[in-house]
Design a protein around this ligand. Structure first.
Ligand code: KIV
Ligand code: ZN
Length: 522
């Protein structure tokens, strides 16, 4: 498709697995990346940016595997402006039915200074690298990184060079989230008007959310003539994140009256993939997040509820089922059977083999014994907590915490580490601190705690607590999560989950260790 083909169709380019995964702490395992790619393909994403193949062996393996398996979407890999990166990227994507190479270089004055290239030298580099990529693959995307802070005449010049060298999509990144809607539209309009050959290619918009304008800037770019939006599920991404896929897609769907464009996304798949991405990335969705937040369709105030009962359109501009939210939040309890659990989990996007269901059913019954009503959120937390458990190097056998006023809190703990049982008692400033100290005493790690977060999954004093823990060890970051009706137990398990993930990463050093430091990219 070129700019002049179906002029109202907006191509959705998802970069959850590349720009999203690049966000510190959002690292996903190989299997998790394959699973997310399958869900993206299934929901109708046109292009999946599956990773940055030169960055690590792990990235390369994931992009290659996704390229081989994906049925419909174009599979794209990222490469800097050098032959080594581009060749490696091609190796990873070439087995896709529809491969794409995405190569980029920073073109703004600040970015040109990093590799110390003047305007002419950079223009030559762009010509050489895009030509090289096009000799390998006929679907080439080129990005002038930090385009929104690049001089307009220079931007026009390099975009023209990239088009002449064979780029089929030109992406205009707002790398630092600096632009605003009017400027975003004008920039694309200006490029289409001024650059020879612009009508034969697609312009893309790639916005970051530093000023909270990523969605507005992306939609404005479409008004200006862009026909590809780059985005991530839940807006995952470095700093304030990228444009959220669910927001631009639903905005185009709901406001087709003033934005007459359409995408190929099956919007009923949004909730499911949002939950999966939140779960595997360890980045929970904020409650009041547009489209996918827990409260996005909740009407609690009396006036709202009354209006909703009379006519849902009073306060609702889209229906929950349009984004895949089941109308009834069927409550499960200790009398619910295995078939009901299976069907409920399928609604939530978890399709389980019989042996997996057996294990989850046992954990569900344990939870239902402690908690009268088990909601969707409880089941999601339960699934998430069990995700890594079977391969864990360290597991919690028992924990007893003694709390009292005016005396130090102590945690008596038994762990199983590599099959061996070890026990200790440790004191701390509060029950969670005592618990973490006990883990440290038994498993002398050097990881640093970066984040500790507790959320109640549902309402009520018997609600499960979901705990997220982010740890850092020699530049490797891992996020651990767990849920339990006992906050201290959930904390201990989340802490161990993060340590287990670091353990796996350490074992794969050389494979998953990033060879490219994103901060030095030029
Ligand atoms: O934000 C950015 O500039 C990028 C480029 C690599 C496209 O992610
Ligand atoms: Zn980006």
């Amino acid at each position: 498709m070129t700019q002049s083909d179906n002029k109202d169709r907006v191509v959705i380019f998802d970069t959850t697995l590349r720009d999203g995964e690049q966000s510190p702490g959002a690292t996903m395992t190989h299997d998790e990346k394959l699973e997310i790619a399958e869900l993206l393909d299934d929901m109708g994403v046109d292009i999946i940016e599956a990773g940055f193949p030169i960055a690590s062996e792990g990235d390369f393996r994931a992009v290659s595997e996704i390229a081989k398996r994906t049925k419909n979407s174009v599979i794209c890999g990222l490469a800097r402006a050098n032959f080594g990166d581009i060749d490696r990227c091609w190796e990873a994507v070439r087995n896709s039915e529809r491969p794409r190479i995405h190569t980029f270089i920073g073109t703004s004055p600040l970015h040109r200074a990093i590799p110390n290239l003047d305007q002419d030298q950079m223009a030559d580099r762009i010509h050489e690298t895009v030509t090289h990529a096009r000799n390998l693959c006929d679907n080439i995307q080129w990005s002038p990184m930090d385009a929104t802070r690049t001089e307009h005449d220079y931007l026009c010049r390099v975009v023209e060079i990239a088009i002449k060298a064979g780029a089929t999509t030109i992406n205009i990144p707002d790398t630092v989230g600096y632009t605003a809607p009017v400027e975003s539209a004008d920039l694309i309009r200006m490029l289409i008007e001024k650059v020879p050959g612009a009508d034969d290619i697609i312009f893309a918009t790639h916005c970051h959310n530093d000023l909270g304008m990523a969605t507005a800037n992306s939609l404005a770019a479409v008004e200006g003539g862009a026909r590809q939006i780059e985005c991530t599920i839940n807006g995952l991404g470095e700093r304030a994140g990228n444009t959220a896929l669910e927001e631009v897609v639903m905005a185009l769907k709901v406001r087709g009256d003033i934005m007459p464009y359409f995408t190929g996304i099956d919007t009923t798949k949004i909730m499911n993939i949002s939950r999966r991405v939140a779960s595997v990335s360890g980045f929970p969705v904020q409650f009041n997040k547009a489209i996918v937040g827990k409260n996005a369709f909740a009407h609690e105030s009396g006036i709202h509820q009354d209006g909703m009962l009379k006519n849902a359109e009073t306060f609702e501009i889209m229906r929950p089922e349009d984004v895949g939210l089941s109308e009834t939040n069927l409550v499960m309890g200790k009398h619910s059977g295995r078939a009901a659990l299976r069907s409920k989990l399928e609604d939530l996007g978890y399709v389980l083999a019989d042996n997996q269901l057996k294990d989850v059913f046992v954990r569900f019954k344990e939870l239902a014994d402690r908690k009268k009503e088990v909601y969707d959120e409880d089941l999601i937390a339960l699934m998430r907590a069990g995700e890594d458990a079977e391969n864990d190097h360290i597991t919690l056998k028992s924990l007893r915490v003694v709390c009292g006023t005016g005396e130090p809190q102590t945690a008596e703990m038994t762990l199983v580490i590599g099959g061996k049982e070890v026990s200790t008692t440790a004191a701390g400033d509060g029950p969670v601190d005592a618990t973490f100290n006990a883990v440290k005493a038994l498993y002398g790690h050097k990881a640093r705690l970066q984040l500790y977060q507790v959320h109640a999954v549902t309402e009520g004093t018997d609600a499960q607590a979901t705990v997220s823990v982010r740890m850092e060890e020699n530049g490797n970051i891992a996020t651990g999560q767990s849920a339990d009706t006992d906050t201290v137990v959930a904390s201990a398990k989340a802490y161990l989950n993060a340590l287990n993930r670091l353990y796996v990463r350490r074992g794969r050093l050389g494979e998953d260790q990033r060879e490219v430091n994103w901060k030095d990219v030029s």
